[in-house]
Structure formats: C-alpha cells, structure tokens
Design a protein around this ligand. Sequence first.
Ligand code: GAL
Ligand code: ZN
Length: 653
Amino acid sequence: MPDVIAYGGDWNPEQWPEETWRQDVALMREAGVNQVSLGIFSWSLLEPAKGVFDFGWLDRAMDLLAANGIRAGLATPTASPPPWFAASYPEALPVDADGRRLHHGSRQGFCPSSPIYRDRALRIAERVATRYAGHPALALWHVHNEYGCHNARCYCDTSAGAFRAWLRARYSSLDELNDAWGTAFWSQRYGEWTQILPPRATPSFTNPGQQLDFRRFSSDALVELYTAERDLLRSVTPDVPVTTNLMAGAHWDMDCWAFAAEVDVVSTDHYLIGARAEPHIDLAFAADYARSLNGGRPWLLMEHSTSAVNWQPRNLAKAPGELRRNSLQHLARGADAIMFFQWRASRAGAEKWHSAMLPHAGPDTKIFREVKALGAELAGLDGVPGSRVTAEVAILLDHASVWAQDHPAQPSSELDPVEEAKRWHAALWRAGITCDLAHPEGDLSGYRLVLVPMLYLVSDAGAAGLADFTRAGGVTLVGPYSGIVDEHDRVRLGGYPGAWRELLGVSVEEFFPLEGPIALESGGTGTVWSELAHVTGAKVLDAYATGEPAWTRHEQGGGAAHYLTTRLDDAALARVLAAVCAEAGVRPAATAPPGVEVVRRAHPDGRAFLFAINHTGADAEMTTPDGARVAVPAGDVLILPELPGGAGGGGTH
Ligand code: GAL
Ligand code: ZN
C-alpha cells in the first residue's frame, strides 16, 4: 500500500454517458480522490451474452483513471450474474428454506454451491484479470462484493449435495456424525449419507448440530468462491493485492475470521444504523473488528456513506460535519483507506436514494464541499498511513457461537451474544479504552485483559486458550451463558460453564431467566438472566439478596478469572469493567469527558498521533498522558502528532 490514505468510492461509469466521465474525473481530482472501486456490478455489460465480451467501455474508463493518476480497485463482477445466466441456468438460482427458488432481477442471484455459477464466474474473472494485468491504473483486486449479503444460505438440491460432501470431509463416518448431532433424539438417526438434508423448513425445531454445521458449510462455500477467484487473480498478477469487502460487525452469516485469513488486506463496509442511540459507538465496534481481523495492521474502509442510505425505515441524512467525524473515526481506529459507496448518486435503479460523494444536486452542495474538505485534510496527514492502533484488551467473538445460539430452542430468547459483545465494547468505549476483538482460538498473549461477554459455544482449544492466558498472568472476565456447549452444540456436563468451571472456581447448577431486574448487594441490578452458582474456590465479589454469587473472582497462576452470573445493568457493568481494567493495569489513551473519543495510532519507531473526536454538541477539554490540556471543540476532530520522546502536545490539523 502506498504512503497515502486511499480516498474515493465506488465509481459506476457504466450507469452514465461517457461525457459525464470527464466531469467525474475532474471533480474527483478536485476532491482529492486517489482511488475508486470500479466494475463491481458490471457483468451484464462486460459479457452481454454468454461468451460474448465487450471491454471497450472499461478500457476507456481505466485509461481515463490512469491518465488522471487515480488508482483502480478493479472488481471481478461476479456479485451479480446477468439475466442470460438465470435464463440459461435456472437451476443455479438460490433456493430458500421453504423451497422457493428466487428469481433474477436483483443481485447475488446464484447458489453459492452451483458449479455452473463458479465456472461462469471464474471465466469472467479471468477475462478481467488478463485484460487489465499490467494496466497502470490497476492497484487492487476487489473480488465480488459483500459475499453472502443476500444469498448466504441456499437450500437447493445442489447445496444439499455439497453439504453432504462437506460433512463427509468433516466426519470420518456416519456414526461420528450421528454422535456429533445427537441424532438419537427424536428418531433422527441417519442410516445413509443421502438421507441428510440442509435444515429446510420442518414441523418443529430442527436439529441444532445440523443447523450449526449448515451455517459453517454455507460460510465455507462463500470463502471457497472467494479463494477460487483469488487464486486465479494471483496467478495472473502475483503482485497486485487481493481483497473482498466484508461487512464486519453488521452481518454475521459469513465467518469474517475465515475470510480474513485469505485476503491480502482486510477491507470492510460500514453504515450507521439510525435507530441506534449512539451510532458512532457501533462504528467504533465495526472499525475495531476490522482492525482485529487484519491482525492490528491498517485496514481499508471500502464503503461508508456521505449521508443517508436507502435501506433503513427512516434514512437519516448526516448533520454538517458528521461525514468528516465518521471518516476520521475510522481512520483513528486504524483505517488507511476512506472510501464511500458511491462516487456519483445514481439516477435510476434501487439505490437512487442512496447518498454519494457527488449528489444529484451536483457539486455546489453541502456534501460535495465536505467531501472536498475531507480529501484535502486526508492528503495532509503525513505520517499517519501505516501507523497502528494497539489494544491491551480483547473481547472474544466467534461466529460459530453466534450461529449455535441462534437456534430458537434456548433457555431465553432475550440473550443476544452480538448485542452483549457490543454493550461491553460500548462500556469500554465510554471509559476511553480501545479494545480488539479476538477469536477464542487466536493468540491472546499480547493482551492484559480478555473479556468474554457471551460465548455460548467454545471448542476445547478455545477453552484452553483462555485458561492458559489467565494462568500466564492475564485477567479474564467471563459473562453468563459462556462456555456452555462443545463445538457440536452438545452440553458440557457436570455443572456449567463446563468449559471454564475450574478456571473460574464456580459451578452453576441451574439457569433462572428473569422477568424483571433483580437487586444485587452492591446496589446494581441483574437483568434478563441469572444462574444458581456455587463457588468451588472463587471469592464472591457481589451477590443476589439470597447471598448467591453474582460476581466472583478466582486467582489462577499469576492471573485471575472473574465470572458474572447475570447480565448487569449498564452502570454496574461499567463498574465491574473499571475494576478488571484497574486490576490488569489498563488505562485510557487520555482523560476525556463523556462523548469525547481518544485513540492513539503509532509507528514502531515511536512516531505517534492522538486522535480526539468530540461527538457532543459542547466544547470539551481533554488531558493527554503527559498532562497537557487540549481543547476539543464541539463536533470537531483533532489529530495531534506526539512530540518525539514524549506523549501529547504538538500542532493540530
Ligand atoms: C453495500 C453494498 C453496496 C451498496 C451499499 C448501499 O452493502 O456493498 O453495493 O449496496 O451497501 O448502502
Ligand atoms: Zn443451492
């Protein structure tokens, strides 16, 4: 990646007459755009009929970019097969759990396991790759678009066959599969592989092991489509990095950790959800997740919006200054690319009401002025690209656990593992502490504190990883309904949480979901959930009125493992998190008032920047680690270079 922040958006010149393109690039230059994502949904124009190709327009668009010094993140157009594809191969269209075959007319209209889709996708990808290999504008391959956004799970016969093949590779025998899925229950024992189906609509609850493996299989099928294209692209252009835009933190059907292992650089898309009270905290979660997926290295924000989107019930426009604040917040949390969907607002099509860098009203607009100002600001941030955010705290998060807990037959439908992880992350955000997300089987050795808000399913390796981290001196806080089942969604017996009973020094005999809040001795409350726990070595730090444990602490090796048997209210959770942060020696990057976010990006050689973002409508002041008091005006963002040899100080942008 070059030593500048990539800035731009999806450019869809195919939606416009060519006269418009020259105005596009002139305005791009005016706005400081140095990169665009190109050709994402252009399959029906590049291959208007099966085996008939037309690259003329894309040649001219690429040449125009090159002539203007704008880099292309060139897409393979495989996210939207053309109408001829559906007409020729109706069997390759996706089928839902009720057996409904979906029709052409939108995008991602294909079955991820269809060999015909794969073949046609690789053919068009190869055409694009060979045609633009060596083109001066080509900087990055943008494979497909948001894999699985609309077709994450397909229940057709082809998918059924692929699912069986996947299962045969995972289980050495049908006996092993029957055991893993617990098929002695409800007379589900399989006598032949051919009897196994995807979890299609059934009279009552489907088998939990079957649904979990189907989620794993479905995610793997998409990862495989990606790696097939990536391998082809690499064989043609070994030096051009390859990525695909994830939806980290927003869409949980695709295992982001699995995709992250296969891309050259993690890229992701993020959109504010207007219904959230503080959408910028959700933004921080998504950005932290993207950075964690990329191993702490700078990542690419491939899409966000300049203002409103078009797919929420009420699509809120951004207030003046919000665009800049959102973009710089991603940057603060480690992004080295600030890209938007899209460059020019569409005139027609289902996204014509989506904001863009260049609105329908043209360049003399609030949005375009803000886009230009941001481009100029990013271009002036010498030294920021390549610097990294380092976190001392990690929250464990795994898709398999989310999928398993998604089975509807749970003790309480009110426990939401993703919302719980976001709530703990938000509590840390309010305390000014930056955290990573980590896979339970990942390397935890760099952290001081590991949090497990709700990890219902954990593998033996994941369970051991947390115990090893703690016994090596780390501090751990485990939330309720964690460590309950093994990788096949089978209960770990002998007292909950079977994975961590010894680590925590606690054994739980029964769950008691709550109808209302329940008082704790500390004055806080438990909500939604409680457990009847016995300490088997841990000390009780907080209890229910009955005296039974609500919060426990167990010293282990050099470290300590804390456990919560209830879902604490926000204030009580903040107090517990403050206690474990203090115990682990974790401190915020600066002292700042509520609503002022401070994050540090640093280079290995010590050059560093403190980003301060004031999300409130009031002027504020923060204190840097070296004691300097810095004013952070309402709604503003400061990027403060640290002086060599000391923290804080320096000029502002
Ligand atoms: C993304 C997608 C874009 C566009 C955008 C609208 O999910 O990748 O193509 O649809 O949403 O917000
Ligand atoms: Zn299918």
